[in-house]
Design a protein around this ligand. Structure first.
Ligand code: GLU
Length: 492
């Protein structure tokens, strides 16, 4: 049987970084096994529906290079791929369970449910719920006579359909990552399967679709592990074979908090995939990093292309304990991926960012800038944010730098150095360096006495690439103009 997996996000918000990890593992597993990846939009929760969430999910997957084989855009033999378009299927399934005695209609009002919970709580119950213990005290098709049930249904009385969970049973399944997992059926309440609006809950729709879409492996986050016994019971009551289950480890922030999708940022970690795209992370670097948030190849290799991940990925090498998200590590991956890009690719990336910021430059110059800067940036956007001086004269000079480096003789030394730069041939790093060291010797000062104020004059800041490389890239005219301007501004 060929592998069919699914990524099944709910459009209740933008695609979350943890969601992307889930999508990625499904993608890698599908590709590794020559299988099919289905994208299913689980949009039955109308109260939490967010209109542009689905387009964000599609766009984020596309940007990440995770292409699906079947889904709302592409269609496929098991469509439609939005649960809101599959309602009839869930109603039929619910009726099938009612007919076989595994589900029932419940007419309880919210007040009656509250009263039941309060009563149980006051009797000392720690988890008051609708279950085998309480269902016979409530208003449902198990306690009302058949005529009254039909009358209520035809009168359109508000009702839900609940799963009838038998008590005293073990619910056991094998998780590909965690091994054998057992829950007691007493811990599971009589789940609502169809809500009063006629729409299914997550549990019913998810199981019905996984079955009808012939999903072979359910790969999802650990937060769904506690739902799995409900799903296993549903498979059992429907008489269907459940798919293989694999629950991926939770992702934590550095302080051990959960990366919740209700916040957009936690401890400096952006939560939504679109933010990584906006900041300018390389999709391949993010994918490489996320692959390692739970999986490893079994040796110390860290840099993988998507193709390499596909050929090595396996669920056996996914760990079960929680993993910590580290922005620094992600930046490291991004640096490595940037440096491995062909020069022209890198130029294109950086130029795109510069254009966005209204900075004009030509490719030839940018290639020279990158020859000295590639090793100093983690993101394409770092060039503009950290080294704008390659493209514009400094608008001011770092105050602390001036205080420390601009001395009484700086103006004079810099003017003299500008005089040398005006005529050196060729105008390159080595010649600029010799000229500076000769001048320092003649003036009997340390070279640093000239180097540091020249750097301030050229860049406005006290850090950056080697000074002589900077001089060569900026070119004669720019260097002379900037040194003159600094002498004018900072004076003696
Ligand atoms: N709709 C669920 C979600 O938002 C799907 C969970 C599952 O994969 O079963 O993640």
């Amino acid at each position: 049987m060929s592998v069919r997996v699914r990524f099944a996000p709910s459009p209740t918000g933008y695609l979350h970084i943890g969601g992307l990890r889930t999508a990625l593992y499904n993608y890698l597993f599908a590709r590794r096994n020559g299988g099919t990846l289905v994208l299913r939009i689980e949009d039955t929760d109308r109260a939490r529906f967010v209109a542009d969430a689905e387009s964000d999910i599609l766009e984020s997957l596309r940007w990440s290079g995770i292409d699906v084989d079947e889904g709302p855009e592409l269609g496929g033999p098991f469509g439609p791929y939005r649960q809101s378009e599959r309602s009839a299927l869930y109603r039929d399934a619910a009726e099938q369970l009612i007919a076989s005695g595994h589900a029932y209609y419940a007419f309880d009002t919210p007040e009656a449910l509250d009263a039941m919970r309060n009563r149980l709580a006051s009797q000392g119950s720690s988890s008051p719920r609708y279950d085998a213990m309480t269902r016979m005290e409530m208003t449902n098709s198990l306690t009302l006579d058949a005529n009254e049930v039909s009358a209520r249904l035809s009168a359109g009385d508000p009702h839900v359909v609940r799963l009838k969970v038998n008590s005293g049973q073990d619910i056991t399944f094998t998780d590909a990552i965690r091994g054998q997992v057992t829950f007691r059926s007493d811990e599971v309440d009589d789940q609502i399967l169809l809500k009063s609006d006629g729409l299914p809950t997550y549990h019913l729709a998810n199981v019905v679709d996984d079955h009808h879409m012939e999903i072979t492996h359910v790969i999802r986050g650990e937060e769904w592990l506690s739902s799995t016994p409900k799903h296993i019971l549903l498979y059992r009551y429907f008489g269907w074979a459940p798919p293989e289950m694999a629950h991926l480890p939770l992702i934590f922030s550095p302080s051990g908090g959960k990366l919740s999708k209700r916040k957009s940022e936690i401890e400096g970690i952006p939560v939504f995939v679109r933010e990584y795209r906006q900041i300018g992370y390389e999709a391949d670097a993010l994918v490489n990093y996320l692959a390692f948030l739970g999986w490893n190849p079994g040796d110390d290799r860290e840099l993988f292309s998507k193709e390499e991940l596909i050929s090595e990925f396996s669920l056996e090498r996914v760990g079960s304990s929680g993993v910590q998200f580290s922005i620094d590590k992600l930046k490291w991956y991004n640096e490595q991926h940037l440096r491995s890009l062909p020069d022209t690719e890198l130029v294109t990336r950086v130029q795109r960012d510069l254009v966005k910021r209204g900075i004009e430059t030509d490719e030839k110059y940018l290639t020279r800038v990158l020859s000295v800067m590639t090793d100093r940036i983690s993101l394409a956007a770092d060039l503009a944010s950290q080294a704008r001086y390659f493209f514009e004269d400094p608008r001011g000079y770092d105050e602390a730098g001036v205080k420390k480096r601009w001395k009484g003789d700086s103006a004079e030394l810099l003017s003299a150095y500008a005089g040398r730069l005006a005529s050196i041939e060729p105008f390159d790093a080595a010649t600029a360096e010799t000229a500076l060291r000769d001048l320092a010797d003649e003036q009997k000062v340390g070279a640093g006495r000239i180097i540091h104020p020249v750097r301030l004059a050229l860049s406005g800041v006290t850090f950056g690439p080697g000074l002589f490389e900077l001089i060569e890239v900026l070119g004669r005219e720019t260097c002379l103009r900037r040194i003159r301007a600094a002498v004018d501004t900072l004076g003696h």
